[in-house]
Design a protein around this ligand. Structure first.
Ligand code: NAI
Ligand code: 15L
Length: 273
């Protein structure tokens, strides 16, 4: 069979559910994998149960796949052992299975929390914002795991020549969840645009880019993502009036707004959120 197959891990989660209808294409099968049940599979979709901590299950999920969008894992702070097992060992299982199955392309869901301790003060004056590929400066065990999987992606690219794009996702929900997200929002439609840009055929590489909409209040550079062909169409500003009416104007000197990681920077380490 030569149908293009895209494996999406964590497909039952928030982003998986938002992206499913946006990733469906003529001539593409989207294989949805998760630990929990995938609801209501549509035509062009297939489902598979796989625990990322189980190498055999992950190997099976990767059979016959052309590309992987790896969303699966713990998406908030948790104990170090859980973060290590699910996010780091789970991603290692995935990358190993990718190589063994001959998959050539992987998109990793990293997070702003991989670099949560950078701040507005780190943005070069006159620049487009904080670069997408600054070295890790995690704010939690969770953020550390994202820095670790970026680094695993680099290892697997250099060893095996697979194309790896790590997305440092800001805040991807239907709408910006709070005033902080007026800067960090990634609209689901823009997430799909960036995924399509990362899936495009190109010389295999390894890159780490910000995954954020073209928000009026953003302080994150989009040049890395734009170099892939990402053309964001959304701006959280249309939600600003309502969010500010509810919460007040953000104080940009408060670490909640002056540092990338916002509230994560003083969340107790290892305590499930
Ligand atoms: P989510 O928590 O809603 O979804 C994660 C999915 O992974 C869940 O369906 C869960 O069942 C699955 N999962 C957890 N442990 C697993 C295991 N052992 N084996 C297989 N599947 C497992 O998270 P969301 O919001 O959909 O995020 C997707 C990815 O993007 C996550 O990796 C998250 O860390 C990352 N991200 C999301 C952001 C956002 O604003 N939504 C921001 C930055 C990063
Ligand atoms: C993340 O990494 C989380 O998965 C998500 O739930 C949000 O908290 C997001 O970052 C954010 O920083 O807004």
């Amino acid at each position: 069979e030569d149908t293009y197959r895209l494996l999406v891990t964590g497909a039952a989660g928030n982003m998986g559910r938002l992206l499913r209808p946006l990733l469906s294409r003529e001539g593409r099968i989207v294989r949805l994998a998760d630990l929990v049940e995938i609801e209501d599979p549509q035509s062009g979709e297939e489902t598979i149960a796989a625990d990322l901590t189980d190498p055999d299950a992950v190997a099976k999920a990767c059979q016959g796949v052309d590309a992987v969008l790896h969303l699966g894992g713990l998406s908030l702070e948790a104990s170090f052992d859980d973060i290590l097992a699910v996010n780091v060992v789970g991603t290692q299982n995935l990358l190993q299975a990718v190589v063994e199955a001959g998959v050539r392309k992987v998109i990793l869901a990293s997070s702003n929390h991989a670099v949560g301790f950078y701040g507005r003060a780190d943005v070069a004056p006159g620049s487009d914002g904080l670069p997408g590929d600054v070295p890790g400066r995690p704010d939690t065990y969770y953020g550390w795991s994202k820095a670790a999987i970026e680094s695993l992606g680099s290892l697997y690219h250099n060893r095996y020549g697979i194309d790896v794009t790590a997305l440092r996702i800001g805040t991807c929900f239907v709408e910006p969840t709070d005033v902080r997200a007026l800067a960090t929002w990634l609209a689901p439609s823009d997430a799909a645009r960036l995924v399509e840009a990362a899936l495009a055929d190109r010389e295999p590489g390894f890159r780490v880019v910000w995954a954020i909409s073209d928000n009026t209040r953003r302080w994150f550079s989009l040049s890395g993502a734009r170099a892939l062909g990402y053309e964001p169409a959304e701006d959280a500003e249309r939600f600003a009036a309502a969010r500010i009416a509810a919460e007040g104007e953000p104080d940009l000197t408060d670490p909640l707004h002056s540092l990338v990681g916002g509230g994560f920077i003083n969340a107790p380490l290892g305590e499930p959120m």
